[in-house]
Design a protein around this ligand. Structure first.
Ligand code: DAH
Length: 338
């Protein structure tokens, strides 16, 4: 029996040297420790050993078995370690490679211009107020001095909703909302989307306006022109000037259309200014006393100026865009240029 164990031990040493993989290892286990392996066979042979020798021989077999198990465990660990190393090497990540870039988006040209306009007027002390897009007839028209049957309602093609509600056609209603909440001195901008049933190369059914309102003692048309001069110089070019032309809006008296000297040709005449040297940029005027009174502000004490800037118009002029549709199609080839 001892002889047999000695031979098996030698065989084990030999096989261990051969074990390179998990498959070899499991063969090793089968050969020595499996149900039909050599050690099980030794155990079976124990019956044939003389009774008095059995404990001693049993002990030797057991020791051999423990040894085989130890060897198996050690080999298994070694193989697993090697496998882990190989996997680490295989799946290694080169942390010195530059990271994948996730490009930042950027702001839409209309947002850029809107923010720029707000920034210019904030510098003059204006606050910002935003009113509702679904507006009532009162704020959008009536209290702005446009009664129900007034022909000037036809200036704007309104989308009516139910009852007295409509999609606001202008941000001017914001003037009323501000003056209801706040008494002079007032200096506020009202940016927002407005809606009109109108669509061509320069008109879109939805567009953006920025209302301006100043109410205080002694406010005149000169204040309007002074502020707008600063505004167009910051938005277009430091050398541009403004010119006021008489116009009509129900909520201002007098009303003006504001032109800016052409920043393309410095007033000499080009296709942008249609060879007039001037470009129309916005409307404004002195707030009609009736509008102040409609908001409980004494028009014999206070006066105001107001203006309405079309954000699309300013954006198109500033960047030389000739079709308003480009601002809403979200074509990346266009948007990426800003
Ligand atoms: N709300 C006018 C429009 O949409 C623009 C406007 C003109 C606003 C004169 C004003 C203003 O505040 O004083 O055409």
């Amino acid at each position: 029996m001892e002889q047999r164990i000695k031979a098996l031990r030698e065989m084990m040493e030999h096989q261990i040297g051969e074990v390179q993989s998990k498959e070899n290892l499991s063969a090793f286990w089968q050969n020595f420790l499996g149900k039909k392996g050599s050690i099980a066979e030794l155990m079976k042979g124990l019956g044939a050993v003389a009774k008095e020798d059995r404990p001693a021989v049993g002990k030797i077999i057991n020791e051999f078995k423990l040894e085989a198990e130890e060897r198996y465990k050690a080999l298994n660990e070694k193989l697993e370690q090697a496998e882990l190393l190989a996997r680490n090497r295989r799946e290694a990540v080169d942390i010195t490679l530059p990271a994948k870039k996730h490009p930042l988006g950027h702001q839409h040209p209309l947002t850029l211009v809107k923010d720029e306009v707000i920034s210019v007027f904030s510098g003059m002390g204006f606050d910002v107020f935003e009113g509702p897009e679904i507006e009532d007839d009162d704020h959008n028209f009536t209290r702005l001095n446009v009664p129900k049957d007034h022909p000037s309602r036809d200036m704007q093609d309104t989308f009516y909703l139910e009852d007295d509600l409509l999609l606001r056609t202008q941000t001017s209603g914001g003037q009323i909302r501000v003056m209801d909440m706040q008494k002079p001195p007032i200096k506020v901008l009202v940016p927002g989307r407005v809606f009109r049933s109108d669509s061509d190369a320069t008109h879109s059914p939805m567009f953006h306006q920025m209302e301006g309102l100043v109410v205080d003692k002694g406010i005149t048309l000169c204040d309007l022109q002074g502020m707008l001069d600063k505004f167009v110089q910051q938005i277009f070019d430091a050398n541009v000037r403004t010119r006021l032309r008489p116009s009509y809006f129900p909520f201002t008296e007098p009303s003006v259309e504001v032109d800016v000297s052409c920043f393309e040709c410095a007033g000499k005449g080009c296709s942008l200014c249609k060879h007039t040297g001037w470009i129309e940029v916005l409307g404004g005027g002195v707030v009609h006393p009736r509008v102040l009174e409609n908001c409980g502000i004494d028009s014999s004490v206070y006066s105001g100026i107001a203006f309405g800037i079309g954000i699309e118009r300013i954006t198109m002029l500033k960047y030389g865009i000739n079709n308003i549709g480009l601002l809403f199609e979200n074509d990346l080839r266009f948007l990426k240029q800003f």
